[in-house]
Design a protein around this ligand. Structure first.
Ligand code: FAD
Length: 141
């Protein structure tokens, strides 16, 4: 057993709809609880950024399943490595969705890390992705 964290980005399928996100979350919560994985998934502007934490082998297996999922494309591994402790202990998985009705607190986090007007994690480095997700985790406490 070795505690690791994986961060990746991807793009949602163009016709991705709310029921798809609900289905992804329902499956993630069950599977991740079973596998000792914790994390967070942010979605906005049709882009995903996700953190997965837990045992290296379990994360590898989960990421392999995620890569095969036709509901998103263009996966980009941002970071995968050992960690001393988890940053996302609150949830097996939690979806945070960015939309045009975002509250000021969420807007502030978006503006803190995004170079443009839209939520776009592809413009962020690994440290910024992690900080954004940690800010969201703290906010959603
Ligand atoms: P089943 O649910 O039985 O699925 C079997 C196969 O069918 C899988 O290949 C699955 O991808 C595919 N499938 C299932 N439903 C659909 C559908 N509605 N449309 C198209 N294909 C479908 N899973 C996790 O376990 N943990 C996560 O943290 C996680 N995060 C995800 C993040 C993103 C952005 C996406 C797109 C998916 C995520 N998933 C996650 C889901 C993951 O991709 C798999 O669908 C899921 O793990 C498969 O679960 P299962 O083995 O129990 O198989």
């Amino acid at each position: 057993m070795s505690l690791h964290r994986l961060l990746y980005l991807s793009t949602g399928r163009p016709d991705l709809a709310y029921p798809d996100l609900r289905d992804i979350m329902a499956k993630s919560e069950v599977n991740n609880e079973r596998d000792g994985i914790t994390g967070i998934l942010c979605f906005g502007n049709n882009r995903f950024v996700q953190a997965l934490e837990g045992d290296r082998k379990q994360i590898s297996e989960t990421y392999a399943r995620i890569l095969n999922d036709p509901r998103h494309t263009d996966p980009e591994l941002v970071e995968f490595g050992p960690i001393d402790c988890r940053a996302f202990t609150k949830w097996s998985m939690r979806l945070i969705q960015w939309d045009i009705n975002e509250p000021a607190t969420i807007r502030d986090i978006r503006m803190k890390y995004c170079s443009g007007a839209l939520f776009d994690p592809s413009t962020m480095n690994a440290k910024q992705c992690l900080s954004l997700l940690m800010d969201m985790h703290a906010l959603q406490g």
